[in-house]
Design a protein around this ligand. Structure first.
Ligand SMILES: *[C@@H]1O[C@H](CO)[C@@H](O)[C@H](O)[C@H]1NC(C)=O
Ligand SMILES: *[C@@H]1O[C@H](CO)[C@@H](O)[C@H](O)[C@H]1NC(C)=O
Ligand SMILES: *[C@@H]1O[C@H](CO)[C@@H](O)[C@H](O)[C@H]1NC(C)=O
Ligand SMILES: *[C@@H]1O[C@H](CO)[C@@H](O)[C@H](O)[C@H]1NC(C)=O
Ligand SMILES: *[C@@H]1O[C@H](CO)[C@@H](O)[C@H](O)[C@H]1NC(C)=O
Ligand SMILES: *[C@@H]1O[C@H](CO)[C@@H](O)[C@H](O)[C@H]1NC(C)=O
Ligand SMILES: *[C@@H]1O[C@H](CO)[C@@H](O)[C@H](O)[C@H]1NC(C)=O
Ligand SMILES: *[C@@H]1O[C@H](CO)[C@@H](O)[C@H](O)[C@H]1NC(C)=O
Ligand SMILES: CC(=O)N[C@H]1CO[C@H](CO)[C@@H](O)[C@@H]1O
Length: 672
């Protein structure tokens, strides 16, 4: 990840540089300016806790008896002493920002940065339009609501305007004012309006100086006008998460400097025009989640770092030219109809971090060298037609966090070197039904096996032998109960939202999986022997499915420690005996949603069986079944409840938010 940040940092460096406030020589600021600043400061309280975007909050200090030009974030003109630059970003300022604010007395201001504060519910005052010297105005994530006033368009010297609303319904820009703004701000180089409700088509009159145009989540609709691509200085274009329709014009040339193109999450269709593949400086290409069809052509850019075209209707082979991009870090082609084999030359992509080819039509075998790609963290080959063995050696240096081979036709033994994947959080080898993976999944080594694993799905294969006790012992991440409060962590961390995870247990595709959602699914294999009581130590477990195996013996009492378990399926085994009384302490049993409990013996009856609110699909309550008792110890039982404890429901609500704030976190931190 450090490397990605580095690359993107350099890519954005010229723009970040504009932000750097130049240092100036000592000088005295006029008293009225100092007074205005102090007065402004006293309008607000400081809340340094809230904004997670601010890593180094600035303390706004002012001392009447010192020169205000020496205060943090304040810069003055060297000759007049007037305040010309004010950087109050990340100061934790909290309170209402009124039109009578003394800030508007600083009439010489050229740069004003108020981003990342809490002026919650404050309107953007028309008085901003009177700060006529402004070249840079940053109002990102600072809690402003209402309408962006037309007066902003008076700021004809504006070079850079950045407004990002933290509330998607909070800020609105009238389509007419939007056009006005664009027409009048003839010097504009950098325009970013993020999550501002504009709800119009894209106007045609832009400043031809525009270098960075970012209008994501602004409810833009209609076709993407060709005019946008005639902005020859454009380096950075982001129109993602809007409602743009139709094809992208093919009649485009120039754009020698375009580094970043993101039109993902729109309704664009047709083929991807060939000029996109010819862009010489392209680093970042995001076309995901549209309806593009046809083939991908060979890429000319040598600098590509990110190619993300997932969730379209693309087909054909994986382009060869992608395999010699020395800087490629993210390649996501999933959820299309790409066919052919995975070229083994993929190994040449030494910098690749994410290879997501899932849900396509790929066949052939898994290239042998994949386990040797030293930077690879995410390998998604699920839901294809891959066959043969997993004949790769995972080196001890590998950094894999996700391996998803679900839904292929793989067979043979799981490579013993899999145990070298110490960073693994998600392993899905499930549903390789037609051929079946088998073999022992652990060896005699008992230390450090998958300490970070949170989801392991080996279902519908041919694994045999006793349940792998030594594996369970090392599932450190499941041995604690995940915290659902505070910031959410996702499997695969920061870039998880460009990864779609499919698991059978969830029976749906989740854009990202909360790290608190832990799954062990070993169903439909040939495991035998007893259920080891050590499973009871996996207290963070949300879902355990051991059904359709040859397990026998009794249910260990230790299972009652699984206090956040939402789903337990032990059906179709040869488990016998009493169901331990202690299982009554499992909260989901108290919540009584059962299914298919034929033959349960002694499962504690709960008081509020079935039908109560908030609990999904309660079915048959538990009953004793004497007939089954006569069949000896062969008891088939199943308890199912999809609950709330482990965050699936929370996870789903997060997905919505994720779709509307599409940026990978690591990216927004750098670029906003
Ligand atoms: C303000 O600055 C003066 C001069 O440097 C210093 O003596 C005084 O302690 C400062 N006051 C505060 C409140 O920091
Ligand atoms: C500024 O306006 C607000 C709201 O109208 C008012 O409450 C406040 O007293 C005013 N402050 C000054 C210094 O006039
Ligand atoms: C355009 O900017 C000028 C200031 O240069 C201003 O006088 C004029 O009113 C602005 N036009 C609009 C339509 O806002
Ligand atoms: C805006 O663009 C349209 C189409 O290019 C053009 O006809 C019109 O004259 C432009 N208006 C202004 C004010 O520049
Ligand atoms: C693209 O979508 C539009 C509707 O937005 C539709 O009319 C058109 O036929 C589609 N074109 C293709 C090539 O699918
Ligand atoms: C996927 O591509 C294959 C050809 O490789 C084609 O036969 C099939 O119809 C395509 N499937 C879809 C859903 O477009
Ligand atoms: C795995 O790859 C090695 C090295 O190429 C080869 O010798 C071996 O036959 C392969 N095994 C299988 C089962 O394909
Ligand atoms: C457990 O796995 C079996 C077979 O893979 C599946 O049919 C069943 O629905 C699963 N149980 C739960 C509760 O998901
Ligand atoms: C005993 C117990 O944990 N009951 C829980 C059942 O589920 C509801 C939510 O649907 C919880 O509020 C209860 O605490």
């Amino acid at each position: 990840m450090g490397y990605v940040k580095l690359v993107l940092f350099f890519m954005l460096y010229p723009f970040l540089f504009q932000l750097a406030f130049s240092s100036s020589l000592p000088h005295l600021c006029p008293k009225d300016q100092a007074h205005a600043l102090l007065q402004f400061r006293h309008m607000f309280t400081i809340n340094l806790n809230a904004s997670h975007y601010c890593y180094h909050p600035i303390t706004l200090s002012g001392n009447k008896s010192t020169d205000c030009c020496s205060w943090n974030g304040v810069h003055c003109d060297e000759t007049t002493g007037q305040v010309i630059e004010l950087d109050l970003s990340c100061c934790g300022l909290q309170g209402k920002f009124h039109s009578n604010s003394s800030l508007f007395q600083l009439s010489s201001l050229k740069r004003l940065d108020l981003s990342y504060n809490y002026f919650s519910g404050s309107l953007i005052s028309p008085k901003f339009g009177e700060l006529s010297s402004l070249t840079h105005l940053y109002l990102e994530y600072s809690g402003f609501t209402g309408l962006i006033p037309a007066e902003i368009s008076h700021l004809s010297k504006l070079y850079s305007l950045r407004i990002w609303s933290d509330d998607p319904y909070g800020l609105r820009l009238d389509p007419y004012n939007f056009e006005l703004l664009l027409k009048n701000l003839t010097q504009l180089r950098y325009l970013k309006l993020d999550s501002v409700n504009i709800s119009s088509t894209i106007p045609l009159n832009f400043s031809s100086y525009l270098t960075i145009l970012r209008l994501p989540r602004t409810q833009l609709r209609g076709v993407l006008p060709e005019r946008v691509f005639h902005l020859s200085n454009l380096k950075y274009l982001d129109l993602s998460s809007n409602s743009l329709t139709g094809p992208i014009s093919s009649n485009v040339s120039g754009l020698q400097n375009l580094k970043y193109l993101d039109v993902s999450s729109n309704y664009l269709n047709g083929t991807i025009p060939s000029w996109i593949f010819s862009l010489p400086s392209l680093i970042y290409l995001e076309l995901a989640n549209n309806s593009f069809s046809g083939k991908i052509q060979e890429f000319k850019s040598k600098t590509l770092a990110v190619v993300s075209v997932n969730q379209n209707q693309l087909q054909g082979p994986i382009p060869k030219s992608l395999l010699d991009k020395q800087d490629l870090q993210f390649l996501t082609l999933s959820q299309n109809n790409f066919s052919g084999q995975i070229p083994s030359a993929v190994y040449n992509l030494k910098t690749l971090i994410m290879l997501d080819l899932g849900s396509n039509n790929l066949n052939g075998t898994i290239p042998q060298c994949l386990g040797e790609m030293s930077d690879l963290e995410v390998l998604g080959l699920n839901n294809n037609r891959l066959s043969g063995t997993i004949n790769t050696t995972f080196t001890t240096e590998n950094r894999l966090r996700i391996i998803n081979l679900y839904g292929n036709k793989l067979k043979g033994k799981v490579p013993p070197s899999l145990i070298n994947c110490r960073r693994l959080e998600f392993l899905d080898l499930g549903n390789n039904e037609s051929n079946k993976l088998h073999g022992p999944i652990s060896d005699s080594r008992t230390d450090n096996l998958f300490p970070k694993i949170r989801v392991i799905d080996l279902s519908s294969n041919g694994f045999s032998g006793n349940l792998p006790v030594s594996l369970f012992e090392n599932f450190q991440a499941i041995k604690k109960i995940g915290e659902n409060s505070g910031t959410r962590e996702y499997i695969a961390g920061d870039y998880a939202n460009i990864l779609i995870v499919t698991t059978k247990g969830l029976d749906q595709e989740l854009p990202r999986v909360l790290t608190t959602y832990t799954i062990i699914d070993l169903s439909r294999n040939r495991f035998e022997g007893h259920i080891p009581s050590i499973i009871g130590d996996l207290v963070g477990l949300c879902m355990l499915n051991l059904s359709y195996n040859g397990l026998e013996g009794i249910i260990p009492q230790s299972l009652h420690q699984l206090s956040v378990l939402e789903s337990l399926d032990l059906s179709s085994n040869k488990i016998g005996g009493e169901i331990p009384q202690q299982l009554a302490s499992l909260t989901f049993l108290a919540n009584s949603s059962y299914q298919g409990n034929d033959g349960l013996r002694g499962l504690p009856l709960s008081k509020d069986c079935g039908g109560d609110d908030g609990v999904p699909q309660p079915t048959t309550p538990v009953e004793l079944d004497d007939d089954k008792e006569e069949e000896g110890d062969l008891i088939s039982w199943q308890v199912v409840l999809m609950g709330f404890g482990c965050g699936l429901v929370i996870g789903l609500s997060i997905i919505y938010i994720m779709l509307s704030t599409h940026y990978p976190v690591w990216f927004s931190r750098l670029s906003n």
